[in-house]
Write a protein that binds this ligand. Structure first.
Ligand SMILES: Cc1cc2nc3c(=O)[nH]c(=O)nc-3n(C[C@H](O)[C@H](O)[C@H](O)COP(=O)(O)OP(=O)(O)OC[C@H]3O[C@@H](n4cnc5c(N)ncnc54)[C@H](O)[C@@H]3O)c2cc1C
Length: 281
């Protein structure tokens, strides 16, 4: 039977792997990390993503563990400008945005993949792929060893800086936003502004900067602000002081009491010039 290697156990690799297993295709996922990150990273599943994930025919907890967010409210100088109701005019059955931390989703997808017969090799970093007449010889570092293994197909699901894409000589066009965004999963302790931050998303625009509040689970809220800060893992109290000061500077009386995760993200848009390479001998 033909064997497929998927490089990368992120949401794309695990979803593809589960689907392939369900179609009876033998596949292995190689992942360079030893264990899953606990940081949430992405948090919102858009309607189309939810629709695609339903193709899996596996319970990955969207209905039971995700928070349904039906509205995003947009403010200018703290005055409500518009209230966007997600999916109102769409025909899709997945009408809302589901707030579901990426770390939880990946853990559910990994369970679905393995229970459908998929194999994950962790701590396995792919660094070289040799094309051979019948397929591909893949070289990877596993703990302190270098190993090689043959596959009929290789799929790169290894993220924005994909080594598989680079080894296949596929270009990627890229444009980056000029601002960086600070993202943090926090407990909002108090907020003078009367907004339901545990139920809806809120975006505040003003000349002082950008703030977005979005529910991430029952207790925590994702806070996003624009920043020129390069973040480098300061202590929890430094994070708290910084966030509270920045929110106040933007004219919002929100008080953050606890930060579970904080990071600075540069937002980029990139697109590979093609999605497959057919090598004809
Ligand atoms: C802060 C933040 C917030 C975001 N919020 C959202 C959001 O709300 N909604 C949304 O839709 N998207 C969001 N995104 C984007 C989303 O996280 C990505 O689109 C998504 O992770 C892409 O999934 P992926 O499986 O393609 O790649 P990744 O999640 O990047 O997974 C790639 C995997 O490949 C592994 N890997 C890399 N190189 C190798 C190698 N050589 N060998 C073996 N393994 C390798 C990596 O360790 C990783 O596990 C956000 C991103 C960030 C950073």
């Amino acid at each position: 039977m033909k064997q497929v290697l998927i490089v990368g156990a992120g949401p794309v690799g695990l979803t593809l792997g589960t689907l392939l297993c369900q179609y009876g295709v033998e596949c292995v996922v190689m992942e360079k990390r030893k264990s899953r990150l606990s940081a949430s990273k992405a948090f919102s599943l858009h309607a189309r993503t939810t629709e695609m994930l339903r193709l899996l025919n596996a319970d990955i907890g969207i209905n039971t563990k995700a928070v349904k967010v039906e509205e995003m409210r947009l403010y200018s100088q703290r005055n409500l400008l518009s209230n966007m109701r997600f999916g109102k005019s769409s025909n899709t059955e997945c009408r809302t945005i589901h707030s579901y931390p990426q770390s939880l989703l990946e853990s559910e997808l990994e369970t679905a993949f393995c229970s459908n017969g998929g194999l994950i090799e962790k701590d396995a970093t792919v660094f070289q792929i040799d094309h051979q007449p019948q397929g591909y010889l893949v070289h990877y570092k596993c703990q302190d060893d270098v190993k090689s293994r043959f596959f009929d197909y290789v799929v790169g699901c290894d993220g924005a800086n994909s080594i598989v894409r680079q080894l296949a000589n596929i270009d990627c066009s890229e444009s980056a936003y000029s601002e960086n965004f600070l993202v943090a999963d926090c407990k909002v302790e108090s907020m003078s502004h009367n907004v339901d931050y545990q139920k809806h998303g809120h975006t505040f625009l003003s000349s002082k900067g950008y703030v977005m509040l979005f529910p991430i689970d029952r207790d925590y809220t994702r806070v996003v602000i624009d920043t020129d800060k390069q973040y480098s893992g300061e202590s929890e109290s430094t994070n708290l002081t910084y966030l509270n000061r920045e929110l106040e500077a933007r004219g919002l009386s929100v008080h953050i009491g606890d930060v579970k995760w904080i990071s600075v993200a540069d937002v980029r848009s990139s697109l590979a010039s093609k999605y497959s390479v057919e090598v004809v001998e």
